[in-house]
Design a protein around this ligand. Structure first.
Ligand code: HEM
Length: 513
């Protein structure tokens, strides 16, 4: 009898599990949206979830399965997701109908996971409110003030490349990670330290831990996107307690130091501290913002924003710069053209440090970076959730609140029908003429619409300046061990070159040898 009960229990549990795993699988058929038959538990992304295929290639395969269609339905495990393909449709969702899709649907639990209340994760009015507050910190005027800090970091970059060359070879991924850590440390956290000179700095170590490519981390990211509720049920944190505590105490120390010493600096920390003070003054005068809409820039929220500048800004820029030097090394003519531009600008400066205005003149280097991000978008896909019931224009496809939209950036930017010969590295795709050949919404490395990357301009200045200084001092050549074409690390959530980017470095002037 007991055995029968146990078997019955197991059978009921199995049925419930089966129901849970498949209950969403009629979603696209009911709406008449083209789709592929999903597999139990995995939907259409089994090869991605089981790490048999790198995520970008997995989505690229799905994308091409629906060639010729403006959109298609996919199942990301059991979550139905509308995959947008046509740039005009993408524009419709990201810009014209933004009011229906302003959130990413990412788990955010301020109490348990204080670092989760970031501009990237927040939703609705809270996001809007915070975005409005933070936007002025990224204005051209503010960035201009940060160029001297960037110049200091670029000096260290040049020195580090020279110092780390072993038998003339340097692993550039690590060097670029140190440079962008230094930049964020200086411009966001207001630190006077130098990771480039001190390879074991704790700050760099924390950066390494946040981004260490592991299967577990990729699995947590996937859970966060596709099963946000599970994170909460399992009491999982997106950022470990150790890392959270490190950043909270770091920010607290910097704030206390500045408040006590009266020291100021042209960095994001200062701008956020000013914002906090301004906000406090406004609150004292005017207390009429509805509570649920208000975002009060207290120490926790301030720390979370500085932290997200680090998370969103460090790996993305470092990965772009690494892929960029890779392409410059294997495309010598592009490198020479970029160097000619740098030399001409430096000649104008006659030994003075590079200014914001001179960075703006680096139009060829800009094209090189844009082409790098076409081939290697650091964020290879965009996600939105429906926040207000929606019907896809000109169709009967109805979307409920909470349903997901996915834009496969990597696949679109490597689609040969949009960017012919997509593996060829050609900065001229971004010339005035080149730009006329593709739809602006087919190029999305920074996203688009009101939720576009807030750090776009900062990242471009940082990367242009760093590259210009490298080209000023070194010739970059492929080392014999450099894989051509590029191979990606299968464990990475962000695109990472497998085995690093080893380049041969030839100093142009004896002083940098
Ligand atoms: C090469 C460098 C970078 C790339 C490729 C990049 C890419 C992106 C992308 C694709 C998004 C999502 C946009 C969307 O959903 O439409 C994003 C959002 C964001 N990025 Fe960046 N990013 C870079 C650098 C930075 C830097 C340097 C910072 C800060 C200093 C930063 C801060 C943010 C923030 C806070 C958001 C969330 C914006 C919002 O939801 O309102 N990013 N970025």
């Amino acid at each position: 009898m007991a055995l029968v009960e146990v078997l019955l229990g197991v059978a009921v549990l199995a049925c419930l599990l089966y129901y849970y795993a498949t209950s969403t699988f009629s979603h696209w058929a009911q709406r008449g949206v083209p789709h592929l038959p999903p597999k139990i538990l995995f939907g259409n992304i089994k090869d991605i979830v089981t790490f048999r295929t790198l995520h970008v290639y997995g989505y690229q395969k799905l994308y091409h399965h629906f060639d010729g269609l403006p959109y298609a339905g996919i199942y990301q495990m059991r979550t139905p997701s509308l995959m947008l393909r046509d740039p005009e449709v993408i524009k419709q969702f990201l810009v014209k109908d933004f009011a229906h899709f302003h959130d990413r649907g990412i788990f955010c639990d301020v109490e348990r996971d204080p670092m989760s209340a970031t501009l990237v994760n927040l939703s609705g009015r809270k996001w809007r409110n915070l975005r409005t507050k933070l936007t002025p910190s990224f204005s051209a005027v503010k960035l201009k003030g940060m160029v001297p800090l960037l110049n200091e970091c670029a000096d260290s970059l040049v020195a580090l490349v020279g110092a780390s060359a072993q038998d003339g070879e340097v692993e550039m991924r690590e060097v670029m990670a140190k440079f962008t850590t230094d930049v964020i440390g200086s411009c966001a956290f207001g630190l006077h330290f130098n990771t480039l000179k001190d390879p074991d700095s704790q700050f760099r170590e924390m950066g390494r831990r946040v981004f260490l490519p592991t299967y577990a981390r990729t699995a947590t990211h996937l859970t966060r996107v596709f099963f946000p509720a599970l994170l909460s049920v399992l009491h999982l944190r997106t950022v470990s307690k150790e890392i959270t505590d490190f950043f909270i105490s770091l920010v607290r120390d910097v704030i206390q130091f500045r408040e006590k010493s009266g020291e100021t600096r042209n960095d994001f920390m200062q701008l956020l501290m000013q914002l906090r003070q301004q906000e406090k003054a406004d609150r004292d005068v005017n207390d009429n913002v509805a509570k649920e809409e208000a975002v009060v820039l207290d120490d926790r929220l301030l720390t979370a924003q500085v932290f997200i500048f680090f998370v969103a800004g460090f790996e993305t820029s470092s990965s772009t710069m690494s892929f960029c030097v890779y392409e410059l090394a294997v495309n010598e003519h592009v490198q020479e053209a970029a160097r000619a531009e740098v030399d001409a600008i430096l000649a104008e400066l006659d030994g003075q440090p590079i200014t914001y205005e001179h960075v703006a003149k680096m139009t060829y280097i800009e094209k090189v970076l844009l082409e790098t991000m076409r081939k290697y978008p650091p964020v290879p896909g965009l996600v939105r959730v429906c926040t207000k019931p929606y019907t896809v224009p000109g169709t009967k496809v109805h979307m409920d609140v909470g349903s997901q939209v996915f834009i496969p950036t990597f696949a679109i930017q490597r689609d040969p029908d949009i960017f012919p010969d997509p593996d060829r590295f050609d900065p001229e795709r971004f010339s005035e003429e080149g730009r006329k050949t593709w739809h602006p919404f087919a190029y999305l490395p920074f996203g688009e619409g009101p939720r576009i990357c807030i750090g776009l301009r900062f990242a471009m200045v940082e990367m242009k300046l760093g590259l210009a200084r490298l080209l000023q001092h070194y010739k970059l050549l492929p080392s014999p061990s450099l894989p051509v074409p590029m191979r990606f690390d299968p464990k990475g959530f962000v695109l990472t070159a497998e085995g690093g980017i080893n380049l041969r470095i030839q100093p142009r002037h004896s002083s940098t040898a």
